[in-house]
Ligand binder design. Structure first.
Ligand SMILES: *[C@@H]1O[C@H](CO)[C@@H](O)[C@H](O)[C@H]1NC(C)=O
Ligand SMILES: *[C@@H]1O[C@H](CO)[C@@H](O)[C@H](O)[C@H]1NC(C)=O
Ligand SMILES: [Zn+2]
Length: 437
């Protein structure tokens, strides 16, 4: 017979069971410790401790028998790009690159339940709390620990494997991956395929990203005759600007509607959001209230799937969102690459026409994992620079059953999920580096 009192007792006992049910092995504990050690190095902007990260990573990689190289793409040499190398038995084949960025976004400690740089490992839940736990300081430790396991098992890669740790991803990558892909050093690596960061999955299916959206911005400026606050007239600057804000909002609703209806992923639509508005005539007490200003402007964040018809969007901005006949002008900032070196959209194919995709997919399955439908990432990563060079790249972070906490307060990764990720990378590295095709 069901008895509420028994149920409550059982619930209390369950909650008291330490996590995980079986204790961690010595190797697993040391892997968690290395993850914590790396998280404790303060690599958050605006003052990332790149030297501290290098001092941790270089001896760590050397202890695993990997080659180490440090590159600099700034004159002051304050932003190291670290390359770790496990040579393959056939160095003539294109190599595999496993990428991650060293930097992270800042944290606001007052909103955290554990200090963001303490890397507290909660014994009750197994969670390791730290800025960077998901984005993306788990990755290099998982890559290196997977390599440790493969070496211990006597595995010898056919293709050379490189691990890159790059600066400045969170601030656009200009002194990091953007310059790296243009360098002789990158060309010399002869990269055939890259894995980069992805995002956590709420379900038990791993997420994988085959493209990043393009990040553009545009500003619309309106001019018009000034007038008394009491007068109704056509052609005022604010009125004209409000009309186009409405037009943009209509487009935005249609795009957002596809996401709400589940027809498109958030990365598969064009997002356009107003981020600032500026108008009015300042007065000592605020703004002049009885005057309609002669100038007004609005700024938009605009993000496009790389498969989008770029020319059509530019035409739309010119003709519908900032038409000159409404006394509007615009400035469009198209940041980052739009097409690869061969003029193709920055997309890595996820069907059998891309043999790397099949190797990736089979490796996930052989690890006992399930893959969700491949997605376009709604934000950006350094993978876009590598795709620009015509090199296929997938965004992947092995985090299932995990809330998406990148850039958020109380970012954490559970120990079990972290350790499982090491196994997944063992399967991936084994398969990718053995691929002869
Ligand atoms: C544009 O500005 C001109 C000059 O101020 C004005 O005559 C005209 O009515 C304005 N047009 C619109 C559509 O606001
Ligand atoms: C793979 O996908 C691309 C892009 O969607 C498509 O153009 C191509 O025909 C597909 N190839 C195969 C073999 O399915
Ligand atoms: Zn990241």
């Amino acid at each position: 017979m069901f008895h509420l009192r028994h149920f409550l007792l059982a619930a209390v006992l369950l909650a008291a069971v330490p996590h995980p049910a079986h204790p961690l092995t010595e190797l697993e504990s040391s892997q968690i410790r290395r993850f914590q050690d790396y998280l404790r190095i303060r690599t958050a902007h605006p003052t990332p401790d790149y030297a501290g990260a290098a001092a941790f990573l270089l001896p760590y990689a050397a202890s695993l028998g990997l080659g180490t190289t440090t590159l600099h793409f700034t004159a002051c040499k304050s932003k190291p790009l670290i390359l770790l190398t496990w040579p393959g038995t056939d160095p003539s084949l294109p190599s595999i690159l496993l990428n991650s960025h060293i930097d992270s976004v800042p944290a606001e400690p007052e909103h955290w339940i554990h200090p963001p740089y303490a890397a507290h490992h909660d014994p009750a839940t197994g969670r390791v709390y730290a800025r960077g736990a998901q984005d993306d300081k788990c990755l290099p430790i998982q890559y290196l620990e997977a390599i440790r396991g493969l070496r211990a098992a006597g595995f010898a890669p056919t293709r050379t494997i490189h691990v890159s740790l790059v600066p400045d991803e969170e601030i656009g990558g200009e002194d990091g991956h953007e310059k790296f892909v243009q360098s002789d050093e990158f060309r010399a690596l002869n990269v055939g395929f890259m894995l980069d960061e992805g995002q956590a999955s709420l379900t038990d299916e791993y997420r994988v990203f085959y493209a990043d959206r393009l990040v553009w911005k545009f500003i619309v400026k309106a001019t018009g005759a000034p007038g008394h606050g009491s007068k109704m007239f056509d052609g005022a600057a604010v009125g004209n600007l409000m009309d186009i804000i409405e037009t943009v909002a209509g487009f935005r609703e249609a795009q957002f509607g596809k996401v709400k209806a589940g027809k498109s992923g958030p990365g598969e639509v064009v997002s356009v959001n107003p981020v600032y508005m500026n108008a009015g005539t300042p007065s000592p007490t605020g703004f002049v209230m009885n005057m309609q200003p002669s100038e007004a402007e609005v700024g938009f964040d605009l993000r496009l799937p790389p498969t989008e018809d770029i020319e059509q969007i530019i035409r739309r901005i010119k003709e519908e969102w900032a038409p000159a006949h409404k006394n509007l002008t615009y400035e469009l900032m198209m940041k980052g690459p739009v097409r690869d070196v061969a003029g193709r959209p920055l997309v890595t194919l996820t069907n059998e026409s891309n043999p790397w995709w099949s190797v990736f997919e089979h490796a996930i399955i052989s690890s006992g994992g399930k893959l969700a439908k491949p997605e376009i990432l709604s934000s950006t990563t350094d993978a876009r620079f590598v795709r620009q060079m015509g090199v296929p790249a997938l965004g992947f972070s092995p985090m299932i059953n995990t809330p998406i906490l990148l850039h958020d307060h109380n970012e954490f990764l559970e120990d079990k999920v972290f350790l499982r990720g090491i196994e997944v990378y063992q399967h991936l590295i084994r398969a990718l580096s053995s691929f002869k095709g």
